[in-house]
Design a protein around this ligand. Structure first.
Ligand code: ADP
Ligand code: MG
Length: 233
């Protein structure tokens, strides 16, 4: 069984009198341990796909299963707890809280678990260590570079040890060097820590690092390309 199973998904958004059809019968699997770059023009439904997998949005019809669980069947509180355990989400704009330190930002998802303060501090130290920012624990976002902020956001995404990491254009605001750092980190999370990674990107370098590249065009997968050295999904 694939970690993520998307079956015959239809999704439409209503805007005033008009309805936008994003998918009309999308089916795709993401295997455990896969590392997929999801590419395609703006408006092709990339972010919507991540949102459906994370349970941040529901399909109009069809099935989205993660680890065997039907995401759209969960209620709001089940979803929040499930998401905190299962999914790490990273956005282009980092979405760190400016009034919290790096440590406090990374700790946030753990406040949804029943871990005590000491265990939380240990987990935060490990996550910040993995992204190479153990020495920036007490810094506020404004005291960090964009690349460092994004690495803090990645630490926050992995701190609860989720199986699945979803990233929506994580290098979109970064310079070339910081982008490379983030991509190397994703490769390590996949290769060394066996995280399943789905990254939406316009960055050809990201597609090169991934094991698989998928292209969405108007909600349809137009090309599936297994990259060298990678397994097909
Ligand atoms: P991408 O991430 O590939 O740029 P999206 O998944 O964000 O594309 O959007 C796909 C389509 O759905 C676009 O036409 C977009 O305008 C529309 N869309 C996305 N979210 C909403 C929403 N909340 N309300 C209305 N339309 C939306
Ligand atoms: Mg998008």
């Amino acid at each position: 069984m694939a970690l993520v199973e998307i079956r015959d998904v239809y999704k439409s958004f209503r805007r005033e009198a008009q309805s936008v059809e994003v998918y009309t019968g999308l089916s795709i699997d993401f295997q455990e341990g896969s590392f997929t770059a999801l590419m395609g023009p703006s408006g092709s439904g990339k972010s919507t796909l991540l949102n459906l997998v994370a349970g941040l949005d529901k399909p109009t019809s069809g099935s989205v299963r993660v680890g065997g669980a039907e995401v759209s069947a969960m209620n709001t509180s089940q979803l929040a707890a499930w998401r905190a355990r299962t999914i790490g989400f990273v956005f282009q704009s980092y979405n760190l809280l400016p009034v919290l330190t790096a440590h406090q930002n990374v700790e946030l998802p753990l406040l949804l678990t029943n871990l005590g303060k000491k265990d939380r501090a240990e987990r935060v130290a490990i996550a910040l260590g993995v992204v190479g920012l153990a020495d920036r624990m007490d810094h506020y976002p404004r005291q960090l570079s964009g690349g460092q902020e994004q690495r803090v956001a990645i630490a926050r995404a992995i701190v609860a040890d989720p199986q699945l990491i979803l990233l929506d254009e994580p290098t979109g605001q970064l310079d070339a060097k910081s982008s490379e750092d983030v991509l190397s980190l994703l490769q390590r999370l996949n290769g060394e820590f066996n995280k399943t990674v789905i990254v939406v990107t316009h960055d050809a370098n990201a597609a090169e690092r991934a094991k698989t590249t998928l292209h969405l065009e108007k909600g349809v997968l137009v090309e599936r390309q297994a990259m060298l050295g990678g397994a097909t999904p």
